[in-house]
Design a binder for this molecule. Structure first.
Ligand SMILES: C[S@@+](CC[C@H](N)C(=O)[O-])C[C@H]1O[C@@H](n2cnc3c(N)ncnc32)[C@H](O)[C@@H]1O
Length: 377
């Protein structure tokens, strides 16, 4: 039933691509096409649902061969065929009108195919054309940092955690298009919070098994007004994922609010604890790929709350931090919030990877081992 609903949802997005294209909004049509192709890849990878039959309808919207190549490369990439994807993309980017937007996807494909030298050259070629292109600089930084990351991304870890632990209650701050929220299984009483998108029908992704409660508001507003145990029908959270506003003090506030509803088994995950460089870790956003200064929460937790277990997995694209051993009675952060935040806000991200890994508690143990998970997808 839910599978049918998902298919209809994707079909509605394809109709939207058609109408954008008819109104000559080609950039928007292109971006939405890429997002829908990503979604097709996501459902296959994590839910074994195959919507590939809808792909040809995306191709049919703008049947010029440049777009066909670009979109086919994207589908191959989403399905994990990185070498073929980057081969096809290499041909596509050399064609006129393949679109500037595609360059960044091409660089990602090269990286995924372990063609790092080519990915770097492509970045440098594009920087030559527009030297201040911050987004390409962020891509170049990802190439340089590639060896410090595992080849899995944070979705793979979250997916495996849901599959292994089937958390009964789950809260996510910052849902965006609903991609991480769509990993939640049927057993969970789930809540998603986001001031922009957390509303039925606004998000691209949905779990085929779960209908979360959605709150279109900020996390602060949610915690001020909501009766969380009543919503959860339980006193504690089994799992939370903090991925909202990418600023240190906001993430700390989100952590404080979540910890009040923790129990002995609660797992909290925080996204973006391992920035690839200082540019993407600045408090003022300059790049599309931006992680902000969330990372400062890690040294802060380590120093102020040595009772917590804090482990950062170096997964793509910016790390995933696990916190266990929470204490719902702890009020240290609340009592000294301003002093603590002003102290840690001044930290600089270490340039040297050894130092960075140490400061951010990067583990060399794979998440499967630390969390007892089966093989990551
Ligand atoms: C990186 S995205 C989340 C991605 C999503 N968790 C995923 O992995 O698919 C960050 C989201 O946080 C939301 N956000 C920004 N400020 C927020 C706040 N104060 N409270 C909750 N969400 C916020 C943004 O609207 C954005 O959609």
């Amino acid at each position: 039933m839910r599978e049918l609903q998902l298919r209809e949802h994707i079909e509605a997005q394809i109709r939207q691509i058609e109408s954008l294209s008819q109104s000559e909004k080609y950039v928007e049509a292109y971006l939405l096409s890429t997002t829908v192709i990503e979604a097709i890849g996501f459902y296959k990878r994590y839910w074994d649902l195959d919507f590939t039959s809808l792909f040809s309808r995306i191709l049919a919207v703008q049947p010029e061969y440049q777009f066909m190549m670009v979109f086919t490369a994207e589908l191959l990439y989403q399905q994990g065929h990185y070498v073929s994807a980057s081969d096809l993309a290499a041909l596509a980017v050399r064609l006129e009108n393949s679109g500037d937007f595609f360059n960044i996807n091409y660089i990602r494909m090269l990286r995924a195919a372990d063609r790092l030298d080519q990915a770097r050259s492509e970045c440098l070629r594009l920087l030559d054309l527009g030297p201040n292109e911050q987004n390409i600089m962020a891509e170049l930084a990802q190439c340089d940092a590639y060896g410090h990351f595992s080849d899995k991304d944070y979705y793979s870890v979250l997916h495996a955690v849901h599959a292994k632990y089937s958390p009964a209650t789950y809260l996510e701050i910052g849902v965006a298009q609903g991609r991480s929220l769509a990993l939640v299984g049927k057993q969970a009483r789930a809540i998603g919070i986001d001031p922009d998108t957390a509303e039925q029908g606004r998000m691209m992704y949905m779990s085929p098994e779960n209908c979360p409660l959605l709150f279109r508001t900020t996390s602060d507003d949610f915690f001020e007004r909501a009766d969380l145990p009543a919503l959860l029908e339980a006193d504690t959270l089994a799992m939370a994922f903090l991925d909202g506003l990418h600023l240190f003090e906001q993430t700390l506030r989100d952590f404080i609010n979540v910890e009040r509803f923790s129990g002995p088994e609660t797992m909290v995950f925080i996204h973006d604890g391992l920035p690839v460089n200082r540019l993407v870790a600045e408090r003022n956003r300059k790049t599309a790929f931006w992680v902000g200064d969330v990372w400062k929460i890690i040294p802060c937790l380590k120093e102020v709350r040595p009772d917590l277990e804090v482990i950062t997995f170096p997964v793509q694209p910016s790390g995933l931090t696990l916190i266990r051993g929470l204490d719902p009675k702890s009020r240290v952060f609340e009592r000294q919030f301003d002093v603590i935040t002003s102290h840690f806000r001044g930290l600089e991200l270490p340039e040297a990877w050894d130092e960075r890994n140490c400061l951010l508690n990067i583990t060399s143990q794979p998440p499967e081992q630390v969390l007892g998970l089966s093989e990551l997808r």
